[in-house]
Design a protein around this ligand. Structure first.
Ligand code: SF4
Length: 221
């Protein structure tokens, strides 16, 4: 019988692992600048359009600080047109590229070695980079122990009673990080997203089919 929140959190993770595959990435995740660019594009944008915009941008330019800082803004906008807020994102990406070149000698490799709080702070000094974008770069590229809270993680963790319902980004992140081990951050992030996409949808959650319904205080069954 599952009694405490810790036990429930552990059981939920176990069931999610049994029901979803955790994607294993290669390529892009080894390059923090590419991950940063892709994450900025993904802000307020569906995954399919993020992918298309990133592919368009990759066809037009090398995704490096050097190439993007010199790129013609109009051409960046053209490449990103399928993404939301593409005009602003185009300017932001060009400015990020310039600042990475000037302030970090063209490299984000400090994310691997700097103390976590410092690495996070330095990333967030860049334009367009908030908590979520910084945490995604830190987790996906360097496997630093942070748990990014995207729209799915936020909604699902609150419904599951794993985070305070009125909590902001840091409240949700810290609640989840208290419940899970540092080495579980990646899997928890990916699995809560998978649950959110397949069952715990924003408007009409499919509670009757949800694999964790017996552990969910919000289950509509
Ligand atoms: S039971 Fe319903 S509300 Fe709870 S996690 Fe599953 S889909 Fe979401």
């Amino acid at each position: 019988m599952v009694t405490t929140r810790d036990e429930r959190a552990g059981k939920i993770l176990q069931i999610l692992r049994e029901n979803f595959e955790v994607p294993r990435f290669s390529g892009v995740v080894r390059d923090p600048f590419k991950v940063l660019v892709r994450t900025v594009i993904s802000q307020s944008t569906a995954e399919v359009n993020t992918r298309r915009a990133y592919e368009n941008l990759s066809k037009s330019f090398q995704i490096t600080p050097e190439a993007l800082s010199e790129a013609d803004l109009k051409e960046i906008k053209e490449a990103l047109k399928v993404a939301g807020l593409y005009r602003n994102k185009s300017k932001v990406l060009k400015e990020i590229a310039r600042r990475v070149l000037e302030e970090f000698s063209g490299s984000l490799d400090f994310i691997y070695s700097a103390p976590l709080a410092e690495a996070r702070k330095r990333l967030m000094e860049l334009p367009g980079v908030g908590f979520k974008t910084a945490d995604i770069v830190l987790l996906f590229c360097a496997r630093r122990p942070v748990l990014p809270v995207d729209t799915h993680v936020n909604r699902v963790s609150k419904r599951l009673g794993l985070a305070p319902t009125s909590g902001g980004y840091e409240d949700v992140r810290l609640s989840l990080q208290r419940l899970y081990k540092p080495e579980e951050c990646f899997d928890v992030h990916m699995l809560l997203i998978a649950l959110g996409r397949k069952y715990c949808k924003a408007l009409k959650p499919l509670c009757s089919k949800c694999p964790v319904k017996d552990l969910c205080p919000s289950a509509l069954v």
